[in-house]
Design a protein around this ligand. Structure first.
Ligand SMILES: *[C@@H]1O[C@H](CO)[C@@H](O)[C@H](O)[C@H]1NC(C)=O
Ligand SMILES: *[C@@H]1O[C@H](CO)[C@@H](O)[C@H](O)[C@H]1NC(C)=O
Ligand SMILES: *[C@@H]1O[C@H](CO)[C@@H](O)[C@H](O)[C@H]1NC(C)=O
Ligand SMILES: *[C@@H]1O[C@H](CO)[C@@H](O)[C@H](O)[C@H]1NC(C)=O
Ligand SMILES: *[C@@H]1O[C@H](CO)[C@@H](O)[C@H](O)[C@H]1NC(C)=O
Length: 471
């Protein structure tokens, strides 16, 4: 139905009322599109979809369409002068082999997924860069795409090229696309020298190298990173890291609850301390109310944490985050066990009217203690020894990984409580044990007990700014 709507809204078709005009409209539309393989395919698909909705007197054949995609338009069709038709593809005919065997040839048009979608790129040293993106997964399954990195200096010296080395983290997750990290390491430093470097541009040439079709080797040139002169700070790569802890969050989208985000940020700012930094990726979820609870924390704040905003890191009272991290410093990476908290059951050990003024971590205290189920873990890395990371852990590191962190550090997971702006309590319970649909729960007041100190910390840090907001 969506396609139908698009079709109806296509201005080229709206004004067409006879067969001839319609054809011109399509050629006119289709020629520039052909320059982009994917756009062409999309266009092609929507046209095919369109057929179903054309009144019969407007029909034209699939043959006409193929002309549009593969051959110059028939000379009778007047063509806007600014477009030049290039010779794109020669239609392959079936061949009759000896003995009357017919060898069929299939004609391919367009491409169904992008060769490379650039997401970001950064310098990891004087001679090395990482370029992060998505790429068509079938391309990587059925072919061996290659990457060439090219550094173009600003100061007019010759370009330097080197083969890029690809890493495919999270390989098992994507279907249409897969994550690609291209490591560009030049034989010697580039763009350095002078005060803050000479500046330059890093290009990546991504070649399909004959994906399924050996005669077809498409190369796209990607401008991955532009470095302004005097912007390079080489000590960044050798000095002590600026932050002790960096939070790297997944994209925030949906109708996020400002109340839950406020608890989360107050709790973790207190835990991570001054030398920490939070990278929060707004994918549409950081609306005005959420921004209002995040903004007061924009103060100056070796490890990088990956977890979500419905998860709270916890270390038992006998330790601090620092003592735990120090005890794990021989590892490049460790993972953290999950404590799953019910997102519906609230503990009623107080006057019911007060429950709505409590923080989520104070009232949501029923922990799922079902045995024998695998729960997701979260992870922490020392990023200087990591070349690529994934959703659940990194498989491309220098050094060791440990999962033996039980009892040392854990995270409380309040699934589904942040993406809705409603009161989380669905059922008020006053027993310390509870079974819901076969899942046993027990009261775990760990986070509730931490809340008081977090509230005092918040008041100390940002004053009463959030005191009268809804909890
Ligand atoms: C690229 O790979 C080399 C060799 O493994 C490594 O030393 C370098 O740090 C990597 N670069 C980046 C930016 O990750
Ligand atoms: C350097 O590389 C870029 C990107 O491939 C290219 O556009 C430019 O012409 C090259 N410059 C020289 C001097 O070869
Ligand atoms: C350009 O910069 C490079 C360092 O990236 C340096 O080796 C080279 O001498 C510079 N060339 C000029 C003409 O300044
Ligand atoms: C495809 O083209 C690129 C860039 O010209 C080249 O490096 C690569 O080897 C080619 N692949 C094949 C299979 O010819
Ligand atoms: C717990 O709740 C039940 C009803 O929900 C009530 O009858 C009982 O008195 C409550 N017990 C305590 C200790 O508050």
């Amino acid at each position: 139905m969506a396609k139908e709507k698009e079709a109806i809204e296509n201005p080229n078709l709206k004004t067409s009322n006879n067969n001839n005009k319609m054809f011109i409209g399509i050629v006119w539309n289709c020629v520039p599109e052909l320059k982009l393989l994917l756009s062409a395919l999309l266009f092609f698909c929507s046209l095919i979809t369109l057929f179903q909705f054309f009144p019969s007197h407007l029909s034209f054949s699939v043959q006409d369409l193929r002309h549009c995609a593969a051959l110059p338009p028939p000379p009778s069709v007047k063509q806007p002068p600014e477009f030049e038709i290039e010779h794109l593809n020669v239609k392959k005919q079936d061949v009759v082999l000896q003995g009357g065997v017919i060898k069929r040839n299939f004609n391919a048009y367009g491409s169904a997924a992008y060769n490379f979608i650039l997401m970001s790129a950064y310098r990891g040293g004087l001679d090395t860069f990482a370029v992060i993106g998505l790429s068509s997964k079938p391309l990587h399954v059925f072919a061996k795409p290659t990457y060439v990195c090219e550094w173009a200096p600003r100061n007019g010296t010759a370009n330097v090229t080197v083969s890029g080395v690809k890493t495919l983290p999270d390989w098992g997750y994507g279907r249409v696309y897969t994550v690609v990290v291209v490591n560009c390491t030049f034989p010697s430093p580039v763009g350095h020298g002078g005060a803050g470097g000479t500046g330059g541009t890093l290009f990546v040439h991504a070649s399909t190298s004959g994906s399924g079709d050996a005669s077809f080797n498409l190369t796209d040139t990607i401008e991955a990173l532009e470095e302004a002169p005097a912007s390079l700070n080489p000590v960044l790569f050798t000095d002590q890291p600026k932050y002790d802890y960096l939070y790297c969050g997944s994209p925030l989208y949906g109708n996020l609850s400002p109340q839950r985000i406020r608890e989360w940020i107050a709790y973790h700012v207190k835990m991570f301390g001054e030398k920490s930094h939070f990278v929060i990726h707004d994918a549409g979820g950081v609306h005005r109310d959420v921004m209002n609870v995040l903004r007061p924390y924009r103060f100056a704040t070796k490890w990088m944490f990956f977890f979500d905003v419905d998860e709270f890191i916890f270390v038992p009272k006998k330790s601090t985050l620092k003592t735990v991290m120090d005890s794990l410093s021989e590892f490049t990476q460790f993972t953290i066990e999950q404590r799953t908290i019910s997102n519906k059951l609230c503990y009623l050990d107080d006057h019911p009217g007060k429950i709505y003024r409590k923080w989520g971590i104070e009232k949501l205290v029923y922990r799922d203690i079902m045995k024998g189920i695998r729960r997701d873990r979260k992870y922490v890395v020392q990023p200087r020894n990591v070349f690529a990371t994934g959703v659940h852990m990194s498989e491309n590191i220098l050094g060791k990984t440990t999962h033996k962190t039980e009892g040392k550090i854990m995270y409380y997971h309040y699934h589904g409580t942040i993406s809705e702006r409603r009161e989380p309590c669905r059922q008020l319970v006053n027993t310390t044990e509870m079974k819901v649909g076969g899942t046993p729960y027990v009261v775990d007041k760990t986070m509730r007990e931490a809340a008081g100190a977090v509230k005092r910390f918040e008041a100390r840090m940002i004053g009463s700014a959030l005191l009268n907001t809804r909890q």
